[in-house]
Design a protein around this ligand. Sequence first.
Ligand code: DX5
Ligand code: ZN
Length: 231
Amino acid sequence: MSNQPMIAPSILSADFARLADEVAAVTGEPGRGADWLHVDVMDAHFVPNLTLGLPVVRSLLATTGLPLDCHLMIENPDRWAIGYAEAGSHNVTVHVEAANDPVMLAKDLRAAGAKAGLAIKPNTPLQPYVDVLKHYDTLLVMSVEPGFGGQKFIAAVLDKVRQARRMVDSGHLNLIVEIDGGINTDTIEQAAEAGVDCFVAGSAVYAADDPAKAVEGLRGQVEALPSRGRC
Ligand code: DX5
Ligand code: ZN
């Protein structure tokens, strides 16, 4: 069985000129708004898009008490990820496709006081990385090709979510299962039933008239499911 559902709005779909207001818009009442704030860092090399980097993350940390969930879609995370941990991010996620030494990287991130996250793209299998994942606190299963918000959910990745859920429930792994891409009111329930703990949602939250209500609505859909996380 998965833990209490967590919702992590992605500011990729927010208005970057009004970031502090956009963060406040998902903060909500204590215990009801966003659990984490998902921050997509893109370098125009690992993915064909460019977003923001450490200076903006530092400013976000100064403006919000929400835990930052930094998703680094960058080349050479072995060199760059540590800065995001040292700055005070709660969770720093690197892509396994980009990391040279993901075990060492996880140790460094944890030593700097952050949780360590490992992301896998939709076509990357889970099985080869099970031993590596023993060093990680979160697994981010990408349910779209990384790079852009507003894409269509790829349901085939739910097999990997089920595999991960089974390994967590059996005690083989100890991590939060997170999903990212195309999560909205139509897709969140199938992801929850497969065993996701933490749901990233960008356009589904920021396209809503009331982003905080959208967060509550998504969480409520998961909480209402009788069969959540049983596989
Ligand atoms: C895509 C990013 C996602 C993105 C999700 O590469 O990693 O976090 O913001 O956006 P939606 O929820 O709109 O698919
Ligand atoms: Zn992301």
